[in-house]
Design a protein around this ligand. Sequence first.
Ligand code: ADP
Ligand code: ZN
Ligand code: ZN
Length: 748
Amino acid sequence: MIAEIIMNSSVRNLDRTFDYSIPFEMEDKIHIGSRVLVKFGNIKELKEGFVVNIKDKSDFEVKDISKVEEKDFIDEAKVNLAKWMSKRYFCNVSDCIKLMLPPGTGTNNIENRAKEKTARFIRLAKSIDEIEFDIENKKIKSEKHIRALRMLDKISDIPSKEFEELAEVTSAILKTLEKNGYIEFYENAVERNPFLHKVIASTNNLELNEEQQAAYTAVETALDDMMNSEFLLFGVTGSGKTEVYLQLIEKVLNMGKTSVMLVPEISLTPQTVDRFISRFGQEKIAVLHSKLSVGERYDQWYKIKNGEAKIVIGARSAMFAPINDLGIVIIDEEHDSSYKSETTPRYNVKDVARYLAKEYSVPIVFGSATPSMDTYYKAQNGDIELLELSKRANDASLPDINIVDMRAELANGNRTSISMSLYNKIKQNIHDKKQTILFLNRRGYSTFIMCRDCGYVAKCRHCNIALTYHSRENKLRCHYCGYETAPFNRCPECDSINIKYSGSGTQKLEEEINKIFPMAKTIRMDVDTVSKKNSHEDIINKFKNENIDILIGTQMVVKGHHFPNVTLVGVIFADGSLNIDDYRANERTFQILTQVAGRAGREKDKGSVIIQTYNPDNLAIEYSKEQNYKVFYDTEIKIRKQLKYPPFCDIILIGFNSENENHVIDSAKFVYKALRDKIINEKLQIILYKPVPAPVDRIKNKFRWRVIVKCKFDDKIIDALKSVTECYNEQGVKDVKISIDVNPTNMM
Ligand code: ADP
Ligand code: ZN
Ligand code: ZN
């Protein structure tokens, strides 16, 4: 018998099968999906590969398979999924198979380490003062060594593998530091149970209200009939979506099958998991996300593989867990951008879920208070069944929302970040011992220019997208079509010279608040304050338990937290997400504002939300005041249709990067021309834009260019792109890396 094997490699040329013969004694151990070791080329050590097909004979003279790993990690269905993904996402089959292997596989024998209950930790062997002394006296010279030592001083006791990732140092560097007496290694026990020391009171099913019951019954019918239907559970925060999920999962449990519940990475907190534990107990639940250590993930993975865990809760990668009796897929907060991977393989987990749900003939439930335009459009067209929960389940009323025009504040001489009405509300809240959240979205790198008097922001005349300011060249540029123009000193609309470059960050805001309210206790949550494991949780707990008046934060504060004592939410600068250079700016703004508003007044006290903006007439801001998704959707979908943006087409981003700028530009032009010829010759329905530098046109010394394609993503375009990039691989420059991203969530 002959096995077709794919080597475990990301090298593009190796993304094909190689024939090996199966020695007689291995025949009953080798099947599709087996991991094997083989001799490859002239390489001395054995190389790892995966069996993707078995056949009777080969056209070539073939070598024997050298060794077989006896563990059956993946099966034929998973191999087929990997093949499907590799075609759709333009990556190697082995890149996809890697997502399906147990955590730690292949990386320096971590697999063996993961099984152990201890790990190798590191700590400083000298005091930091001695180390600083040596740095001063040039005994330690390397930047990397200095950085690693200083970092280790702050962190102390950490598994060395984790530290390598965190500090971006190699194990060789750590060894040198050990040899020179600066650090030491030691074995330490690792905590392997992510649920830790928890005693959680059990809860029972609540009696569903009418809308919940209707939603439940619709999905239940699909479960009973083994229908591969899709549902959108559309309901405001607090409308009881999670209760519906819980009862559906119970139903699937009673059918003897496994449920997958996907949650955005950032909201996968112990609080979230607790609700499931309180209903089903720890034994049946497995949790998978990136904050767990490799060892913890390994344990959870096997708990699923062994069939012990029947409920898998996790971030997008959990969709690849070793489940062989899938019963339902639930994707909560389906609009969240973390469901799309931004690194190879650049998959969207919704596609993967669809593929698997079809394989197993099971339903998928998407849940959201602010569905993505794409999903709601499908619901409108009847591709997805719409299930609606229209009110909050525990009778809490929705908060009052007020929009404050910051142009008027400025006209009245208020130059602070806080409007008069927000100031008064915060003051009152501090007095009443209620809590406040201030939200400042500072996402993205781009800077934009805005008129402080009329709110004017320069937009591309072809694309209706905010132009981004590039300080290096002192130019405004469109990241879609390459249009460029000079920045203005005078507003083209109102002739004002009151021009503002970008907004201020959370740190500056906290200082400002501390000045305005010296008596108030504040805490800040953003990427700078959240770093170490659990720290996100620490801040939340502090805010909840330590009489802190004001929480100031970015995006992170808005996701799924329940703060009973928060009655006021202030959005400092709603325009932040409005002026990102992305066609989804309105959609994102509406989603964020709705989510932030959902943090206020979740219990008896009615909540209040103040949204500060320079664009009170923008539709996303206007409609968020009424929390009216449907009106927002109806308006936005017309714009999308008119400008031909998703869901009316797909956007494919072909990225080029290299340290050599000329090579990058030449490659982008080469691919552009080849595609253009193909479009003309084959009469393809594709809109092709000329090569432009990426918004962030240089990262880590690599120049980045791109070609953007608008079309319906189908087999024809897949073939066209494949043949063009293959042709490029033969003729093109080797140091340029090409990536293809279908509907990227981040256009930077
Ligand atoms: P969502 O997931 O839509 O944000 P939840 O399921 O968390 O909503 O429900 C919000 C609150 O309402 C929770 O405290 C929950 O216990 C409560 N709740 C949900 N469904 C019911 C119900 N049928 N009867 C009473 N309370 C409910
Ligand atoms: Zn103006
Ligand atoms: Zn443009």
